[in-house]
Design a protein around this ligand. Structure first.
Ligand code: COA
Length: 163
């Protein structure tokens, strides 16, 4: 069975991520969305909240699971018996970081391949940060994130603002 891991922070999951998940699920027998616990980002949503939002969105795919991971991605990949890591590329600006990360991961686990998928054109300009910024300022994020995510963002910012 060919298993791939799609790792990320997913703070929160967007349609850009879901596009990559759907296309990966068509290429591999099983895809595990790996939600990173501790990273160097100041996350808006807790690990539990991020996991819940991802789980809800991927339940329509029969061969996609969601799990959290701590520490090195390559240890998680090995533990799950995966043969590949999926990464989405949005623009040339993603390339340097992705290239560096894939080479370091190759050094840590030579038998694991990183597979890059180009993000579909309608999602090329989005990132979780830009979605959060627009949402926090009351802008429209329709068509960029699922409605449950838009609602979670609204509730989170209302809570922060004490509304
Ligand atoms: N569509 C829309 N947005 C996308 C996207 C897509 N297809 N792919 C990525 N993005 C966005 C993400 O939402 C994220 O936005 P943000 O920076 O505004 O939050 C941004 O692009 C970067 O995403 P990504 O490259 O997936 O980074 P990440 O921070 O979500 O995840 C980890 C990085 C968790 C995979 C990486 O840090 C890791 O592996 N950590 C574990 C520790 C480890 O092993 N380190 C050594 C690695 S060599």
């Amino acid at each position: 069975m060919r298993i791939a891991i799609y790792p990320g922070t997913f703070d929160p999951i967007t349609y850009g991520h879901l596009d990559i998940i759907e296309r990966s699920a068509a290429l591999f027998d099983k895809v595990i969305v790996g939600v990173a616990d501790d990273n160097y980002k100041n996350n808006l949503f807790s690990l539990e909240e991020r996991l819940e939002l991802v789980k809800f969105q991927v339940k329509k795919f029969s061969n996609v699971e969601t799990k959290d991971f701590k520490g090195l991605l390559m240890n998680f990949v090995k533990k799950e018996g995966a043969c590949a890591v999926i990464r989405g590329l949005r623009a040339v600006s993603d390339f340097d970081y992705e290239f560096q990360m894939s080479l370091m991961n190759k050094k840590l686990a030579a038998d694991i391949e990183t597979v890059f998928l180009m993000t579909s054109s309608e999602y090329l300009f989005i990132s979780s940060s830009i979605i959060k910024q627009v949402s926090s300022l009351g802008g429209c994020i329709e068509g960029l994130v699922p409605k449950e995510v838009a609602l979670a963002l609204k509730e989170k910012y209302n809570k922060i603002k004490g509304i």
